[in-house]
Design a protein around this ligand. Structure first.
Ligand code: ADP
Ligand code: ADP
Length: 227
């Protein structure tokens, strides 16, 4: 298929650190891509630039024909809320909110009324095998259950792209495999493009393609996707 996410010439400094040194990436709609590389190589910085969480010093990012690097901060924040989903390591759920309210949150932030948002939240929780857990607090869930709640929250707004940063980082390997199986099955069924940052080769094995980053540069011939 055609390019869905395009990054061209991304440069990013954090203070004196040159975190991205001219990164080009092309990702197709529905692709599952793993961004891999050593700690400190720039993976998270790349993910944050692709997702419009931070702005590169130079370069452009386009997602589904929207050049997000050209948007104002308000427009970018709206784009993130309505078009993108995020999953991070365990611990990202709001501890005072029940599972259903954690999942409903992105919809409510985008303006959906709570009652309607909860219907969607329940449907996603059921789909991820969490029926009956709707009212539990994060502290009342196992690590795997909490991460499934985080997946539901990432998917609830039917994002065009789901960004996951070490989504199984704190889970034991069996639980991690189950979460990855569920995640990849759901994104394949919904046609969601998935970008996963990981340094775990087992997590990357669920992807269609790996992009390797070292010292702020792409080191694999993955720029144009040989698929
Ligand atoms: P990775 O995700 O591969 O571990 P990062 O993108 O987090 O790499 O970091 C790349 C480099 O930029 C590292 O040297 C890191 O210490 C530095 N860095 C990242 N974020 C910041 C920040 N907010 N302030 C200062 N340095 C940062
Ligand atoms: P990861 O585990 O994904 O590589 P990091 O530990 O690199 O995450 O970064 C976690 C957060 O801290 C990020 O928001 C990143 O921007 C920030 N960060 C990373 N390195 C530094 C640093 N040297 N100084 C300040 N903030 C940093």
């Amino acid at each position: 298929g055609p390019a869905f996410i395009t990054a061209r010439g991304l440069e990013k400094h954090h203070g004196q650190t040159h975190a991205l040194r001219g990164v080009d990436v092309t990702i197709r709609q529905g692709e599952i891509v793993a961004v891999m590389g050593p700690s400190g190589s720039g993976k998270s910085t790349l993910l944050h630039c692709l997702a419009g969480v931070i702005t590169p010093d130079t370069g452009e990012v386009t997602i589904d024909e929207t050049q997000i690097s050209a948007l104002t901060e308000d427009q970018r924040s709206r784009f993130r809320l309505t078009r993108l989903g995020f999953v991070f390591q365990f611990g990202q759920l709001l501890p005072e909110l029940s599972a259903e309210d954690n999942v409903a949150l992105p919809l409510m932030l985008a303006g959906t009324r709570r009652a309607r948002a909860l219907v969607q939240a329940h449907s996603w929780l059921a789909r991820l095998g969490l029926e009956g857990m709707e009212r539990r607090l994060p502290s009342e869930l196992s690590g795997g259950q909490a991460q499934r709640v985080a997946l539901a929250r990432g998917l609830v707004n039917a994002p065009a792209v789901l960004f996951a940063d070490e989504p199984t980082g704190s889970l034991d390997s069996l639980t991690a495999e189950r979460v990855m199986e569920t995640l990849t099955e759901v994104v394949r069924n919904t046609g969601t493009t998935l970008v996963i940052v990981t340094h775990d080769a087992r997590v990357a094995s669920y992807s269609d393609r790996e992009i390797f980053i070292r010292d702020g540069r792409v080191t694999s011939p993955a720029l144009e996707g040989a698929m």
